[in-house]
Design a protein around this ligand. Structure first.
Ligand code: ADP
Ligand code: ZN
Length: 612
């Protein structure tokens, strides 16, 4: 029988500060660490940003012997290991990107007992030869990251993961800990069974991400909308998802021509380009990445401040995953979905092409839940969490439905004007022409077809073109009109459109005033912006020197705290969340000098001036 160390809670807090620089555990972290240290398997489902890695890193540090971490993305392993080393943890990785010499080096250090945390890919584990060698080191804990990949029921099944079923039989003395950010109960059961876990300690944390603000806006001129959104957040990091490669390229080009430092990412780019783009984004050298959904799994960049979807995601689960990449550091971040009825038609079309009946049915169900979310008139958070079987009473204060002022407008008469023009021209024209008729425009097309003699000609003169465009969009959104494909799409009426035209149904729309987001800032959120910028520059400089990502030096949250507390001496600096022993040693002096210089320049006398 293996002996597990007895470590008091107080000691755990001590280690937490010493290595990670934090003075408090996040929800469930302490319990998971204690369970593992007590010799129990663990299944942990926590949202992105919940702090999963700390759970196993701290445990691995304290257990006697080697901890193996299985992680699916080779490209990220280097980052994970660098981040761990930055904290002063003895971490290394083994994967197919390494040459013989590097691999031998790692084995040498393993033999010397110099490695506590060994990161490997699942395919490495599936090699018989590797497992044989691993036995020599008698690992005490095996951590499975992104554990849902082992389940065919999950959304990201990887056959390589199945080999992990061998852990229990081949390493009987080894504890197993599974971590995931997306497990339904079915997937959870499947993970536990496949890994042959013994009565594990189970955590199913709340999936709420209070730091994320959710908004859905009608998609009109998508590139302009994206640009405006990005320009509102200068210098902030964000991900923009588009579903087609061509749109990824177009969006990224458009942003670049408007001075935004954006890069594209999609499966059509050469591997090397993709990797460089990802790296530049992770290292704060590019602000915005425009990507297909192929981007982001496992990206640990903690300061992503916004995620925009320019097209409708395939499922609410995928949407939650993708937006979840924002705000890992716990700071307010924004999620915007641009939604137009045109997207529904495209997706229905693709679903109809699917031959497998079951798969098609799943596609339709997913689309329906996605639509319920996009068209919701209740709190978005209630719907999102409801999807994960979690109750939320609404009124979250961090979604458009909860914060925007809404008013209902009766647009029946205006709608009838448009619908009538559509009906009288035989439902054969596009929106532009219909609006010209209603506005009484003098165009060749109108004269040629005699549309200036229609009774609806010029009935809408008094209102601007933009208004009519809006009403037309509202009618499309409501499903009163449908757009028929082709190069020059035409508009035709649906049943509901006829009901409105003939006055059998009123046409009311809810208008939300898009407010600048009015979240009351707690005093905690106020900090010296100029100092923050200087700290950021320093961080970038240091990270470049070391060839690591800036967030590995300090998180945005730590920099904000420095810019709020303005620490002037070592004890004060050590109080900052995220400053542990190694960070203090490596960066303490440099940052303290910067902060002190800044404080003198501004004539601050005490360490904590009123920054307001
Ligand atoms: P996950 O793997 O669950 O997505 P991470 O392990 O990447 O989450 O942690 C998310 C962020 O939270 C990181 O920036 C990490 O430094 C921070 N964090 C983790 N634990 C704590 C803690 N106890 N106190 C403060 N911040 C924490
Ligand atoms: Zn809400």
């Amino acid at each position: 029988m293996r002996k597990y160390p007895v470590i008091s809670e107080k000691e755990l807090y001590g280690e937490l500060k010493r290595y990670f620089g934090f003075s408090k555990f996040k929800a469930n972290q302490l319990e998971v660490v204690q369970a593992l240290l007590g010799g129990s398997d663990a299944f942990v489902s926590m949202p992105t940003g919940g702090g999963k890695s700390l759970c196993y890193q701290l445990t691995g540090l304290l257990l006697e012997g080697l901890t193996v971490v299985v992680s699916p993305l080779i490209a990220l392993m280097q980052d994970q290991v660098s981040a761990a080393q930055e904290l002063g943890l003895a971490a290394a990785f083994l994967n197919s990107s390494m040459n013989e010499k590097e691999i031998r080096g790692v084995y040498r250090r393993l033999h010397a007992g110099e490695i506590k945390l060994l990161y490997i890919s699942p395919e490495r584990f599936s090699s018989d030869q590797f497992r044989l060698r691993l036995k020599e080191f008698d690992p005490v804990l095996c951590v499975i990251d992104e554990a849902h990949c082992i389940s065919e029921w999950g959304h990201d099944f990887r056959p390589d993961y199945l080999a992990l079923s061998l852990i229990r039989s081949e390493f009987p003395g080894c504890l197993i800990a599974a971590f995931t950010a997306t497990a339904t109960r079915t997937v959870q059961q499947d993970i536990q069974t496949k890994l042959k876990m013994k009565n594990p300690f189970v955590v199913r944390a709340s999936f709420d991400r209070p730091e994320l603000f959710y908004r859905v806006s009608p998609k009109q001129s998508v590139l302009d909308q994206i640009l405006a959104f990005v320009q509102d957040r200068p210098g902030k990091a964000g991900i923009i998802y588009r579903s087609k490669r061509a749109d990824v390229e177009a969006t990224s080009d458009f942003l670049r021509t408007h001075g935004v430092n954006a890069l594209p990412y999609h499966a059509g780019l050469p591997d090397k380009t993709r990797l460089t783009h990802q790296e530049r984004f992770v290292r704060d050298e590019a602000d915005v990445i425009v990507a297909t959904i192929a981007f982001g799994m496992g990206i640990d960049k903690s300061n992503v401040r916004f995620v925009v979807h320019g097209d409708l995601p395939k499922s609410l689960e995928a949407y939650y995953q993708e937006t979840g990449r924002a705000g890992r550091d716990g700071l307010l971040s924004h999620c915007l979905l641009l939604y137009s009825p045109g997207d529904i038609r495209t997706q229905r079309y693709f679903i109809d092409q699917i031959e497998d009946e079951e798969e098609a049915a799943r596609g339709r169900r997913n689309l329906d839940t996605m639509l319920r979310y996009a068209q919701a008139s209740e709190c978005r958070r209630t719907l999102l969490l409801g999807h994960f079987d979690e109750e939320h009473t609404g009124g979250c204060g961090r979604c458009d439905v909860c914060t925007d002022e809404a008013s209902t407008e009766d647009l029946s008469v205006d709608a009838q004007k448009l619908l009538s023009a559509i009906a009288r021209t035989g439902e054969r024209f596009g929106g532009g022409h219909i609006i010209d008729i209603v506005k009484g425009g003098d165009t060749e097309k109108i004269r040629e077809r005699g549309h200036d003699t229609l009774p609806t000609f010029g009935v809408g003169k008094g209102k601007p073109k933009k208004h009519w465009q809006q009403v037309l969009n509202d009618l499309l959104n409501r499903g009163a009109l449908q757009q028929n494909g082709g190069r020059y799409p035409t508009l035709s009426m649906t049943e509901s459109g006829r009901d409105i035209l003939f006055g059998r149904e009123a046409f009311q729309v809810v208008r939300r005033a898009q407010q600048a987001i009015l979240i009351k800032k707690s005093s905690k959120e106020e900090y010296d912006l100029e100092l923050f910028e200087r700290l950021r520059e320093k961080r970038l400089e240091l990270s470049r020197e070391k060839g690591i990502a800036p967030y590995m030096v300090f998180s945005d949250a730590s920099l904000e705290e420095m810019a709020r507390e303005i620490p002037r001496d070592r004890p004060a600096f050590l109080q900052i969340s995220g400053v542990g022993r190694k960070k203090m040693k490596q960066y303490g002096t440099l940052f303290l000098e910067l902060i002190d210089g800044y404080a003198r320049e501004k004539g601050f006398t005490e360490s904590r001036p009123d920054v307001r």
